[in-house]
Design a protein around this ligand. Structure first.
Ligand SMILES: [Cu+2]
Length: 284
């Protein structure tokens, strides 16, 4: 999450994707276990307007020329997508009552990943926190309804990524080819993971500079397959992609100090990565 101001730590404490919203019931066709597709472009997202409660299986593709992520944000009662964006424009990076609910992390143009993510009943928007996309690009609203049981089964993971304060712990090596990573938040803070594949000659320091400069410069490689943060620390998501051999860096860009107050966007940012929450891995 590359929010320009600071977040509330307290809301990370198990408030989860709250159950306070009144969901709108979709007319709803019978759910299937066929993944649906989310396409990110440089003008916004396209995705179904109705999803089912429980585990959802999706394919995320970036058809744009810029990097995009796709956070699922559950809105509280009475808050529209326009309301949410208006608050972000006013400098409130975390509108009261809204809940992060994971989603595909940053993806370079042309990247494609498959993801399994649990969602509770309610009204949602998608959002991208890179640069000014949250306020300048079209958010997509969708509804999760609980009328049908999710037919989706979790995939079998190749590697479990456990996210602790402040490190990534992998259950084993990531291998070349198609790999499914299971993301668990041990906490106590909420965390996210972005995965950069380093270009030849580039280093972790280049990745640090890229995040610190709010992604203004070209990325020192390509990025995809990460998992965005969720206020529900018990939420588990899976991401599948094809890994080419190379050097990769897992990175958590969550702010270290978190507050719901409106803050100076130029305030110093200290992130989990600054506390050591990054990990370089080699795929042979
Ligand atoms: Cu973290």
């Amino acid at each position: 999450m590359r929010k320009p101001i600071l977040l509330v730590l307290a809301i990370a404490a198990g408030l989860a994707c709250s159950k306070s919203s009144t969901p709108q019931r979709g007319t709803g066709t019978a759910p299937t276990d066929t993944p649906f597709t989310i396409v990110a472009t440089d003008s916004g997202f396209t995705l179904p307007d109705t999803l089912h409660a429980g585990l959802n299986h999706l394919v995320y593709e970036n058809h744009g020329r810029e990097i995009h992520e796709c956070m699922f944000i559950k809105l509280p009662d009475g808050m529209s997508a326009v309301d949410y964006v208006a608050q972000v424009k006013a400098g409130i990076a975390f509108p009261e009552g809204a809940r992060d609910c994971a989603g595909p992390g940053l993806a370079s143009p042309g990247e494609r990943v498959e993801m399994w993510v649990p969602l509770e009943e309610g009204s949602y928007i998608t959002g991208c926190w890179i640069a000014n996309h949250m306020t300048q690009r079209r958010p997509a609203a969708f509804v999760v309804h609980g009328a049908a049981r999710s037919p989706v089964s979790p995939p079998r993971e190749d590697v479990t990524v456990r996210m602790l304060d402040f490190q990534f712990v992998l259950s084993g090596p990531i291998k070349r080819g198609e790999q499914t990573l299971r993301y668990e938040t041990v906490g106590p803070s909420m965390h996210e993971a972005d995965i950069v594949r380093l270009a030849d000659g580039r280093t972790v320091d280049d990745v640090r500079k890229w995040f610190r400069d709010q992604e203004r410069d070209p990325l020192p490689g390509t990025i995809a397959s990460g998992c965005m943060d969720s206020h529900d620390l018990k939420s588990v998501s899976w991401v599948r992609r094809t890994f080419e051999p190379g050097r990769y860096v897992l990175w958590c860009d969550m702010p270290m100090i978190q507050s719901a107050e409106k803050a100076d966007s130029n305030a110093a940012r200290v992130t989990h990565a600054d506390a050591g929450m990054f990990k370089e891995v080699t795929v042979d």
